[in-house]
Design a protein around this ligand. Structure first.
Ligand SMILES: NC(=O)c1ccc[n+]([C@@H]2O[C@H](COP(=O)([O-])OP(=O)(O)OC[C@H]3O[C@@H](n4cnc5c(N)ncnc54)[C@H](OP(=O)(O)O)[C@@H]3O)[C@@H](O)[C@H]2O)c1
Length: 286
């Protein structure tokens, strides 16, 4: 059981809210950080007082019960506000790059590079020795991406002619089709998201030719082990967490509108305002 001090806002959380998939009254949110207030009954997992970060359902809460496999301890030199930006966006970036078969010297295109998943993907791909091409929607959204490791930063796919080996796509629509056309034989597109909301129309025969793949992606299973990798990288400074918006969760609407309006570089972090004193944790005898 964790007392949540910070949550982060993902594009997917806003999709969940509108999807109809989440029952009325259920608690939204996926990324939580805070202190353990009750350890797992079977003795596994961190002790009371440990600062942890997790990818869990129901993260927009003051207190949440989390599977031990879904969390990682926060290293001493990493702030919870930074750690909480890592779960959904960082794990999606890490796993999609892994699934694509990244290696040194590969040309990697990251679309939606200004956002949460995109910024982590740029940094992780660059760290793995890839030549990273970051695609953003407008000139103001380029900020910080060259420093994050992008060798090229493009508006859309303007001017990109040489084939790429890997695409991490979170935009979908016509840009996905264009990215597919740029993919080299043997290459891999990971379809992580679809922020454009537009259909992708493949011209006839676009999918006929030397083998290359378009793979759907979703985060499945426990994220704790990957979160441990990401928190260590962040604590070492090998991955930088860019927080483009931070404030009380009382200002949730403001954060959501800014995210939807493409005004947040990197991540939005919500500080969980504490209410009245919590009820005591019930013991097994109660
Ligand atoms: N499959 C999974 O497991 C998984 C995990 C994480 C995220 N996702 C999905 O991945 C996507 C990105 O998530 P995120 O958390 O990184 O979101 P984010 O932080 O809001 O970033 C999304 C980026 O997409 C671009 N974008 C937004 N609206 C757009 C539009 N109408 N047309 C073109 N580009 C647009 C923006 O870049 P510019 O402003 O530069 O255009 C923005 O920086 C979402 O669709 C999310 O649901 C999926």
């Amino acid at each position: 059981m964790v007392d949540v001090s910070h949550a982060s806002l993902n594009y997917g959380d806003l999709n969940d809210a509108r999807s109809g998939r989440v029952p009325v009254g259920a608690v939204l949110g996926s990324d939580a950080a805070g202190a353990v207030v009750q350890a797992a009954a079977d003795g596994t997992g961190p002790a009371v007082g440990t600062q942890v970060v997790a990818l869990t359902s129901g993260a927009f809460a003051e207190r949440v019960a989390i599977d031990v496999g879904a969390l990682a301890g926060i290293p001493k030199n990493l702030e919870p506000a930074q750690a909480v930006a890592l779960p959904v966006a960082g794990v999606a970036a890490l796993r999609s790059l892994r699934a694509a078969g990244l290696g040194p010297g590969k040309r990697v295109l990251i679309t939606g590079a200004s956002g949460g998943v995109g910024r982590f993907a740029v940094q992780l791909a660059a760290r793995a020795g890839a030549h990273v091409i970051a695609s953003v929607g407008s000139a103001t959204r380029r900020e910080g991406l060259a420093e994050a490791g992008a060798g090229e930063v493009l508006i859309g796919l303007e001017g990109l002619q040489r084939p790429v080996d890997v695409v991490i796509d979170s935009v979908g629509g016509p840009q996905l089709v264009a990215a597919w056309n740029l993919l080299a034989p043997g290459g891999s597109v990971q379809s992580v998201g679809w922020t454009s909301g537009e259909p992708a129309v493949f011209p006839p025969y676009a999918t006929v030719g030397p083998a290359k793949s378009l793979t759907s992606f979703v985060i499945e299973g426990d994220a704790g082990a990957d979160l441990a990798v990401l928190t260590e990288l962040a604590a070492e400074g090998a991955v930088t967490v860019e927080i483009g918006w931070q404030g009380s969760w009382d200002r949730f609407n403001e954060a959501a509108e800014a995210l939807r309006g493409r005004r947040i570089p990197g991540k939005a972090v919500l500080e969980v305002a504490r209410g009245e004193l919590h009820a005591p944790i019930p013991s097994p005898q109660d």
